[in-house]
Design a protein around this ligand. Structure first.
Ligand code: PGA
Length: 266
């Protein structure tokens, strides 16, 4: 079956580095990744590639990308719900915007679980990102227990509804469906499972932000994505890209994911 690309939604392959690579390593990595993709003749307008380094790397990545005119996008892994003030350790969306970040990941399951981020905090962060002209990548996903108790889409649907509480229909957002049981486990969802939830999430977008926005919004799948399984996800009509963790730290593997249209017989 051919990969169907919705002309209204440019596929996005986003590499979430988590707490890996310092700023010196980031410079070398981004340079090599950009060369690797360029050498392979990657068309950055056909499939967008983005990296999400730790905060301390962002200035270096910005300088490199702008000086060398690299076609990679980048963003942060989190943002404060506040603009400025006495919030020790927090990073304002205004600062990320100054660093020309295009995106910010919000509500990753590791933030929700390890840092106790509630749906209300996620919604406030989404609103803060939009206020500062950052495109939020809103992460939603169910645990293995949720899956057993509530079925596949109930939890992600409820999380997305909550996250969109303060969003107007003009916002440029991305949604990432990441089943918690698939993150870092090596056990990805099947393309059919991802499509089922992505379709339910698109219905939420349509209901809350209107059909036009829902038709333009990219929905990513995340959880144990690799070069060998990406094409299966990209064949699904409601999956418009991937949020990649572990495999985004390996240049050859990440480029092969970005170049999924070329390396797999379609
Ligand atoms: P993984 O992580 O690709 O290592 O499973 C995905 C994520 O956490 O975004």
């Amino acid at each position: 079956m051919a990969v169907t690309i919705n002309p209204r939604r440019t596929p996005l392959i986003a590499g979430n580095w988590k707490m890996n690579l310092d700023h010196l390593q980031a410079i070398a990595f981004v340079q090599k990744l950009a060369w690797n993709l360029k050498d392979a003749g990657h068309d950055f307008t056909a499939v967008e590639a983005a990296v999400f380094p730790p905060f301390t790397d962002l200035r270096s990545v910005q300088t490199l990308i702008s000086a060398d005119k690299l076609q990679l996008a980048y963003g942060a892994q989190d943002v404060s719900e506040h603009d400025s003030g006495a919030y020790t350790g927090e990073i304002s969306g205004a600062f990320l915007s100054q660093l020309e970040c295009r995106y910010v990941i919000i509500g990753h399951s590791e933030r929700r679980t390890l840092h106790g981020e509630s749906d209300a905090v996620v919604a406030a962060k989404v609103a803060a990102a939009i206020k500062h002209n950052l495109s939020p990548i809103i992460c939603v996903g169910e645990t293995a227990e949720d899956l057993e108790t509530h079925g596949p889409s109930a939890v992600p649907v409820a999380q997305l509804r909550a996250a969109l509480a303060g969003v107007s229909n003009a916002a440029d957002i991305v949604v990432a469906y990441e089943p918690v049981w698939a993150i870092g486990s090596g056990q990805a969802a099947t393309p059919e499972q991802a499509e089922q939830v992505a379709a339910a999430l698109r219905a939420v977008l349509s209901e809350t932000l209107g059909q036009d926005v829902a038709g333009k919004t990219r929905i990513l799948y995340g959880g144990s994505v690799k070069g060998s399984n990406i094409a299966g996800f990209m064949r699904e009509p409601n999956v418009d890209g991937a949020l990649v963790g572990g495999a985004s730290l390996d240049i050859a593997e990440f480029s092969s994911i970005v170049r999924y249209q070329k390396h797999v017989a379609l």
